[in-house]
Design a protein around this ligand. Structure first.
Ligand code: TRP
Length: 351
């Protein structure tokens, strides 16, 4: 996409995941691998979006556990909490504060178009929380509280990123005179770009190649959790659904074979090669032989991550310390931006 990131903004990455569940291989290959990579080229801020989590009912004790688990998964996957900023959203009040200003910028009609709200609210829309409806505005505030220019997300978040740009643009326009007068540049907020996908954008269920790997699947054999040990990883791969044929040697041969396609995709992503490169190596093999190779690879690549995650989770106080440190550094960026926003809007005072 050739849409310019509005002039002069320092490249900065922001992304987040909801602490509503234990993370799995789909979250790792679909997102975290990319997040880790982006640390080499960008200043990165990675957030555990706990305020988004409570837009649907959460058991408080489970929420606490999940926040630490997601933070541990970020670190175990390779996010460096010193080089990057890692924190949970609720510790930085600027997210909520900027969301309020954006509530007054965003239009009802814009939010009415959000497809994720319609899906999540389902038939009983009258009973959905206002927070669930307002979710994308808080997401815009997450991103723009840091003037982030790039947001690595899944395909399903594209519409929310468009809304973020609409909000930034309307704010920039509505307050253009004031922004110029105060010397805050031509555009106050950047028009943030999504960075879509990871090495394997769609990791499917190990039990059904037509369904996405998901925490809500009742069968634990459908997914590899980032807390599974080597034995569990091996067992789940051995039990994964397959078909009776040998693997094809061309990618085209995977088109009508969702389970084979998924396992080859996982193999390729774990090896950082394309599916065709993987098939050059493993094409023609029976599933039994391929699965042994996949087990070895998965245990080699994921074993250290899942064991690091279990190690981190054994010391929740250390995770809390890391999150508190990240939150204070996040505040260091967001607070001056929020001060300027107050001034732009015309509020009096402001600490
Ligand atoms: N809505 C995102 C998701 O469900 C999570 C999220 C919240 C987010 N705030 C964000 C992602 C800001 C990127 C940037 O995946």
């Amino acid at each position: 996409m050739a849409t310019p990131t509005a002039g002069g903004f320092k490249p900065r990455v922001f992304s987040g995941m909801q602490p509503t569940h234990t993370l799995h291989l789909g979250n790792y290959l679909g997102a975290l691998v990319r997040w880790v990579e982006m640390q080499k080229t960008h200043d990165c801020i990675y957030c555990v979006v706990d305020m988004h989590a409570i837009t649907t009912a959460q058991d408080p004790a489970d929420l606490t556990r999940s926040i630490r688990e997601v933070a541990a998964a970020y670190i175990a996957a390779g996010i460096d909490p010193r080089g990057s900023i890692l924190f949970n959203q609720s510790q930085v009040a600027e997210h909520a504060e900027l969301a309020w200003v954006f509530n007054c910028v965003a239009r009802l009609g814009w939010l009415n178009r959000m497809t994720q709200f319609k899906e999540k609210a389902g038939k009983d829309r009258e009973n959905a929380s206002i927070g669930l409806y307002d979710y994308p505005v808080l997401m815009a505030a997450d991103i723009l509280a840091y003037k982030a220019t790039h947001v690595p997300v899944g395909e399903d978040q594209k519409q929310h990123l468009e809304l973020t740009r609409d909000i930034a643009q309307k704010f920039n326009n509505d307050y253009a005179a004031r922004i110029a007068e105060r010397g805050f540049g031509e555009q106050y907020f950047p028009l943030t770009e999504p960075v879509i996908g990871g090495p394997a954008a769609r990791v499917m269920s190990l039990r059904d190649g037509s369904k996405k790997m998901s925490k809500s699947d009742p069968s634990d054999y459908s997914r590899i959790n980032l807390t599974d040990d080597a034995d569990a990883i091996a067992q789940k791969i051995r039990k994964a659904k397959t078909d009776p044929d040998a693997l094809p040697s061309e990618e085209k041969g995977l088109e009508t074979r969702p389970e084979a396609d998924n396992l080859v995709g996982i193999y390729a992503a774990l090896k950082s090669v394309t599916k065709q490169q993987a098939l050059d190596e493993i094409g023609g093999r029976q599933f039994s032989a391929f699965k042994s190779a996949l087990v070895d690879l998965a245990v080699e690549k994921l074993g250290p991550i899942t064991s690091e995650m279990r190690r981190l989770l054994a010391d929740p106080a250390e995770i809390d310390r890391i999150l508190a440190d990240g939150a204070s550094r996040a505040r260091g960026i967001a607070a001056p931006i929020m001060r300027e926003v107050r001034e732009i809007v015309g509020f009096v005072g402001g600490c």
